[in-house]
Design a protein around this ligand. Structure first.
Ligand code: DGY
Length: 419
């Protein structure tokens, strides 16, 4: 392990561009939202100030509305498309106009609990808590303006699970962009491991649409052709709100805003049944445009464990689904169920194993007392690293590299699991 731990640290240090860590050079040359949150966990055991800095540099790009953007373009790079000119955001710090799963508050709770430098943690948390509250209020008010209990997402990139089959039908209903463009991702990574052009055409249509709407949350909510209750975002937000309220309690923050967040937790808990499918015995995302439950069986449907949103009747059947899932691989949970017709073991979010998703599911299982499954996922995740190192993701059946190499969040998860 000692050598792997050193390699994991070296991966983070090599991807550090000064205050923020790129996911990997070339393919993703900027600061990504949920990558950075996970990466802070990797810095924690060997450089605490750097761990905090990762989170504060991300929050420095927070919009006035409260939204924390999905990518922060701290500097120019021509190895990535679509860059700041295509997004058209005119803020002090260039960024995209969408967000990503808000795992940050859950990470901050871990930093706060595990710190060895209490004075540093106490001083950081004072600035960070109001920023997190602002972000969570934005989520509930702007992404669930009708108080349904389930926030919506406007772009598959917001889920971070870009080409997951979960929303194939929802995405198909989006028009294609009508101008030519040159992708950069397929010059770094083989096209067989990346989304298809038909998906990119729609990803870009949405980017254009946000700009045409002048990034106005109300207009976008009304007219966006893609509007999905994404079960992964809903689960991660729910857990993060609980963790934020825990931080507020520890630091004596108790006001109207924290009361509002508590009400929102109750609202989500009572709305979750809408995402449960009695046929597959698991959770799915919901397409609010066609008013139907998304069909594919993806690992996002296990994330309600992380949120504590699985009720007593659902826990046993959902565990059977998970047990069956794990029987297909000596490694960990693949992003799409191996028996799902859309499963592709090497293609980005349509099959490969992602360690940070396994980590979240594992934490949820521990909370529910499913320790055998939690240990199995931990062992399987370590096995991925032993098989091929710190890759973006792992081929679901062989554990081989899938996507980029020398990847920051996998190194961070490695430090978490190997130390
Ligand atoms: C990409 O460009 O592939 C990213 O996943 C967008 O966040």
């Amino acid at each position: 392990n000692a050598q792997l731990i050193e390699e994991a640290k070296a991966t983070l240090i090599n991807n550090d561009l000064g205050g923020y860590t790129v996911p990997t050079h070339g393919l993703y040359p900027f600061q990504w939202n949920w990558d950075s949150a996970i990466v802070a966990l990797g810095w924690l055991p060997f450089d605490e100030p750097r761990a905090w800095e990762e989170t504060t540099s991300l929050l420095s790009a927070q919009w006035q509305t409260g939204m924390v953007p999905h990518v922060v373009f701290h500097q120019q790079s021509d190895t990535y498309f679509p860059g700041p000119d295509i997004w058209g955001v005119k803020n002090e710090l260039d960024s995209t106009s969408i967000t990503q799963p808000p795992v940050l508050a859950s990470v901050i709770k871990i930093l706060y609990e595990e710190t060895k430098d209490r004075a540093l943690a106490d001083s950081q948390i004072k600035t960070i808590i109001p920023q997190l509250i602002h972000s969570h209020l934005w989520w509930y008010k702007h992404r669930d303006p009708e108080n349904t209990g389930l926030v919506v997402s406007y772009h598959p990139w917001e889920s971070g699970m870009d080409n997951s089959p979960a929303w194939d039908d929802a995405l198909e209903a989006v028009p294609c962009i009508d101008w030519e463009y040159t992708r950069r991702d397929t010059s770094h990574i083989d096209a067989s491991e990346r989304p298809h052009k038909k998906e990119y055409d729609r990803f870009l249509y949405l980017v254009d649409f946000f700009r045409k709407m002048n990034f106005d949350d109300t207009l976008i909510y009304q007219d966006c052709p893609y509007r999905v209750n994404d079960v992964s975002i809903i689960s991660i937000l729910h857990r993060a709100t609980k963790d934020l309220l825990w931080l507020c309690e520890k630091t004596g923050v108790d006001n109207e805003q924290t009361e509002y967040l508590k009400e929102r937790l109750n609202l989500t808990a009572s709305a979750m049944n809408k995402l449960w499918c009695a046929k597959t015995n698991m959770f799915h995302s919901f397409d609010t445009r066609s008013n139907s439950l998304c069909q594919a069986r993806t690992s996002a449907g296990l994330l309600p464990f992380f949120a504590g949103l699985v009720n007593e009747q659902q826990a046993t059947p959902l565990i059977s689904v998970l047990d069956n899932w794990l029987e297909h691989s000596q490694f960990a949970i693949s992003s799409t169920h191996p028996e799902d017709p859309n499963y592709e073991p090497q293609r980005y979010w349509r099959g490969p194993i992602w360690l940070h998703v396994n980590w979240m599911i594992m934490l949820g299982l521990k909370d529910y007392g499913f320790s055998t499954q939690a240990e199995r996922i931990t062992d399987g995740s370590r096995a991925c690293i032993y098989a091929s190192g710190f890759n973006e993701s792992f081929h679901a059946e062989t554990g081989a590299r899938s996507g980029g190499a020398d990847f920051s969040w996998t190194a961070a998860m490695g430090l978490y699991w190997l130390l």
